[in-house]
Write a protein that binds this ligand. Structure first.
Ligand SMILES: C[S@@+](CC[C@H](N)C(=O)[O-])C[C@H]1O[C@@H](n2cnc3c(N)ncnc32)[C@H](O)[C@@H]1O
Length: 432
């Protein structure tokens, strides 16, 4: 129900069609303050609003149509018990991810409330189309043959002004014929919806839509549904950068090292910020330039025997409570960040256009602004050809097929997205 936008829209829809049979409307809202605010002056439709939790309320009957704009609540803010989640597992016919956003549960409940030939239109963040928690949702929709279409908004616009996320409208229909196609359509913005019909939408077969693939790139780029499958993960590993848990303590500027009289053997050069790398290669010369401009790039990695200078600095860390912070306190030794080899190739975690892929000739470590790519065959020529591919337009297209899209044109790659990037046959052979 919320503020009643849908009810008002229905009121004006039926006002313009006086001869049509009026539906009886059931609304649901958890917030006790909201339904009261609905303007009752020009009410033509019968609306019954339940002040209840939509996931638990019993309606006692199926519906011909459902319209919804479900709440966006992340999994760690949900406080539903295992019993309710178990009920949803049974409803979906599979175990659902416990990382699922509340709107995923709404989607399942809505699908279960549709009567024969019932339809639903649900506006949702597009995230579930690409996230791991969306896989069982997609599998459920395909298995029950209720997925009728998706209208995907351009990620250049922000449909939900307060949430950094892209939107998509999910259209469900019960009673679809087994071989009916699914319609995938794009919308530039909310304004373009009123003139939109699904007649020109791309039609795909349910069996060609795999639940494990990301669907936004398929809808956005008309990407082919069946492709050769050589993945980067078969020939290289990708991992997150080192998380120190307190960069302001563990990552030092050269001037600070001098002031503390730290030996160069107690620190290791690392890239701590995305913008510290400019071009496609990180050379020794570029590192020297960063050192000359006093960038924070020395990661504290003390030798076994702690020098007096290191001991003094660790004392300062304890006084500042660094050892009690979350990550340091969960390490075997609080001041020893993970042991890592420098990654031969680095890739930026976030991008606004192409993802920056860097050949790490300087052998620097990387913190979390970059992921590290470690080819199993790490001979220089092989590493170079993988780097060249990932920088090329073809490689960037393969990367963008895996990226997660945030609103406002921000893209992100998780290590497993990088490992899912498709490689051309010839390169894959070279790396194998
Ligand atoms: C995105 S808003 C919907 C806006 C609505 N379309 C309108 O016209 O304002 C989501 C609404 O769901 C309500 N809500 C959140 N959790 C709920 C739950 N478990 N059951 C029912 N309503 C819930 C919120 O209070 C909020 O009003």
């Amino acid at each position: 129900m919320g503020e009643g936008v849908f009810i008002h829209a229905l009121e004006s829809f039926y006002r313009r069609r006086p001869r049509w049979t009026r539906p009886s409307i059931h609304a649901c809202e958890l917030d006790p303050r909201l339904p009261g605010r609905l303007d009752r002056s020009d009410r033509r439709l019968t609306v019954r609003c339940r002040r209840a939790d939509f996931l638990r309320v019993r309606f006692g009957r199926p519906f011909d149509a459902v319209l919804a704009n479900p709440p966006y609540v992340r999994h760690h803010e949900l406080n539903y018990d295992d019993e309710l989640l178990g009920e949803f597992d049974r409803l979906a016919g599979r175990r659902l991810s416990r990382m699922m956003n509340l709107y995923g549960l709404f989607m399942l409940r809505i699908a279960s409330l549709l009567g024969p030939r019932g339809r639903a239109a649900i506006i949702l963040p597009a995230e579930w189309l690409n996230a791991d928690f969306g896989v069982p949702l997609k599998a459920f929709l395909l298995e029950r043959n209720v997925l009728d279409g998706i209208v995907h908004f351009s990620h250049r616009v922000m449909i939900f002004p307060t949430a950094l996320t892209t939107a998509a409208i999910l259209l469900l229909r019960r009673g679809r014929a087994p071989c009916e196609s699914i319609r995938l359509s794009r919308a530039e913005d909310a304004g373009s919806l009123s003139s939109k019909t699904l007649r020109d939408a791309r039609r795909v077969r349910a069996e060609d839509l795999s639940p494990t693939r990301k669907w936004s790139p398929i809808i956005e780029s008309d990407a082919p549904l069946q492709t050769a499958h050589h993945r980067l993960g078969e020939v290289a590993a990708c991992s997150r950068g080192i998380a120190t848990g307190a960069n302001d303590f563990f990552v030092l500027r050269p001037s600070k090292c001098r002031e503390l009289r730290l030996s160069s053997r107690d620190v290791r050069p690392c890239i701590s910020r995305a913008r510290q790398i400019e071009g496609p290669r990180l050379t020794g010369q570029a590192m020297r330039r960063l050192i000359a401009s006093d960038e924070p790039l020395y990661l504290l990695s003390p030798r076994q025997m702690l020098s007096p200078a290191v001991q003094a600095y660790l004392g300062e860390g304890r006084r500042r409570g660094i050892d009690r912070r979350y990550l340091p306190s969960h390490r075997p030794v609080w001041f020893r960040p993970e042991e890592r080899k420098p990654a031969p190739i680095l890739i930026a975690v976030f991008a606004r256009g192409d993802f920056r892929v860097v050949l790490n000739s300087a052998g620097a470590l990387n913190l979390t602004a970059y992921h590290g790519i470690y080819p199993r065959n790490s001979t220089a020529a092989v590493v170079k050809s993988l780097h060249a591919y990932l920088c090329s337009p073809e490689g960037q297209r393969a990367l963008s097929a895996q990226r997660r899209i945030y609103g406002g044109g921000l893209y992100k790659l998780e290590p497993r997205d990088v490992e899912a990037v498709e490689l051309p046959e010839a390169l894959w052979r070279k790396l194998s």
